[in-house]
Design a protein around this ligand. Structure first.
Ligand SMILES: *Cc1c(COP(=O)(O)O)cnc(C)c1O
Length: 455
């Protein structure tokens, strides 16, 4: 291709994907089903429908349909901030002096500041279509709560957010954004639910955790008529919605004849990474092309690199179905000095299976190195990245520097999931030189893994 690759590739609105891509359809080994903790049997659609919206239950359980049409109403909303640009990181390449070609897909160009809106709008749409009054959810760092509050205000749905208490206190402006979009927000654990009261009695003064906020949100949904629970990551349905990221990227790359050699994403619950890699993984699974996939996780919460592939609880209160996944145990808590998101104890069942099958690699990185990469990136590419996204930047830079040594001209693609404007305390700690790293000991991990259910 002689045509010079632009700094940014923007697709037209009419090039927005019309279907999401369900990678499970092409997986030989399907991800393990969710289990009912009471019976130990796979959850039925009927059981799940008490917690989740009907259409989303269908998507959750469907491992056969490859292409699932995106409803017109959702595509209309996507047009507010999509298609998202694919950026050729010319400035970063130059700074690194690498022969590698680096691309990133930027998902931070909306008020939630992350890719989470891609699934929030879909989940709100199906809740509205079912005639529900509202939805409940949890939020940790706050991006998901923001995205869901935006989506609910668009469809005029009530939205109740349980925010992990430490974040609620440390990120007052995140909270105000969420309130501005009309959602109710409660610090978790709270006195408003049974499970919250139980956790508070057992651990008074706890700052909360995602697993605990999930339990509260699920209880709130099941106890109110006309409400369902929605989740911002981990579930199959969320990965499905996030495939708009990978589908747009593939369209943009195919248009210019670009083939990525390495595809990198940060991994918390796995939704952005799953969304970015799914269409490429589909080609790999069908034998049409080959790529190297790398999941990047924090060394302080290393579910893929140091966890076990077993059935585990998804939440602290054990009110959710059991999922088979790479996990650190549902009581695992990343050390308090861990700054960003990516702190969930488990990983998407789809990504867990792909990783277990050797189709994807994983690396863990320490947070000071992540912030060094974030700073280097911000100074040349202009965007102030979210700490989560910066895990992917770190490994993209590592790979590009390897190419500098070997002279290889690899094409590296990574997901830049969002912006870091609400993470200024973390940036401050980094700038002040007070940020530290913490790597859990084998003993700590073994201890929390010992509490996984015996299936
Ligand atoms: C939530 C979030 C993540 C991690 O979640 P995944 O489900 O693993 O994608 C990464 N980056 C940003 C900016 C986020 O908000």
């Amino acid at each position: 291709m002689s045509e010079k690759i632009p700094y940014k590739i923007y697709l037209d609105e009419n090039e927005l994907p019309t279907s999401w891509y369900n990678v499970r359809a092409d997986m030989k080994k399907k991800p393990a089903p969710l289990l009912n903790p009471g019976t130990g049997k796979p959850c039925t659609a009927e059981e799940l429908s008490h917690v989740f919206c009907d259409e989303l239950v269908k998507q959750e359980l469907d491992d056969k349909t490859a292409n699932i049409p995106i409803p017109a109403e959702i595509r209309e909303f996507y047009k507010m901030y999509r298609p998202a640009p694919l950026v050729r990181a010319y400035c970063l390449e130059k700074k690194l002096g690498t022969p590698a070609k680096i691309y990133y897909k930027f998902e931070g160009n909306n008020t939630s500041g992350s890719h989470k809106l891609n699934s929030a709008i879909a989940q709100a749409y199906y809740a509205k279509k079912q005639g529900l009054k509202g939805v409940t959810t949890e939020t940790g760092a706050g991006q998901w709560g923001t995205a869901l509050s935006m989506a609910c205000s668009y469809f005029d749905l009530d939205c109740q957010v349980y925010m992990v208490k430490v974040s609620y206190e440390q990120k007052p402006f995140r909270r105000e954004v969420i309130r501005t979009y009309g959602a109710q927000i409660t610090p978790s654990p709270s006195e408003t639910t049974e499970v919250g009261r139980k956790i508070l009695a057992e651990f008074p003064g706890t700052g909360g955790s995602l697993g605990c906020a999930i339990s509260e949100a699920v209880e709130a949904a099941t106890k109110q008529e006309g409400y369902r629970y929605v989740l911002g990551s981990v579930l199959n349905q969320v990965l499905l919605h996030q495939t708009v990221i990978g589908l747009e990227t593939m369209t943009a790359m195919d248009k210019y004849g670009i083939k990525p050699d390495v595809i990198i994403g940060c991994a918390g619950g796995g939704s952005n990474l799953g969304g970015l890699i799914s269409p490429f993984m589909g080609r790999k699974l069908r034998g049409e092309a080959d790529y190297q996939f790398i999941a990047v996780e924090p060394a302080s919460c290393p579910s893929l690199t140091r966890g076990s592939y077993v059935y585990d609880f998804c939440d602290t209160g054990h009110v959710c179905p059991l999922a088979k996944m790479y996990t650190l145990g549902s009581e695992f808590m990343p050390s308090p000095n861990h700054a960003g998101g990516l702190r969930y104890h488990g990983m998407s069942s789809i990504l867990s299976q792909l990783y277990d099958d050797g189709l994807m690699e994983a690396r863990s990185v320490e947070q000071t190195a992540v912030f060094e990469a974030a700073q280097a990136f911000a100074r040349v590419e202009g965007i102030l990245p979210a700490p989560e996204s910066s895990h992917a930047i770190k490994v993209a830079i590592d790979e590009a520097l390897k190419c500098k040594e070997t002279g290889e001209e690899k094409t590296i693609l990574f997901g830049l999931t969002g912006t870091g404007y609400f993470d200024m305390y973390a940036y401050k700690a980094f700038n002040d030189g007070t940020m530290s790293d913490y790597i859990p000991t084998d003993d700590e991990i073994a201890k929390s893994l010992a509490k996984t259910p015996k299936i």
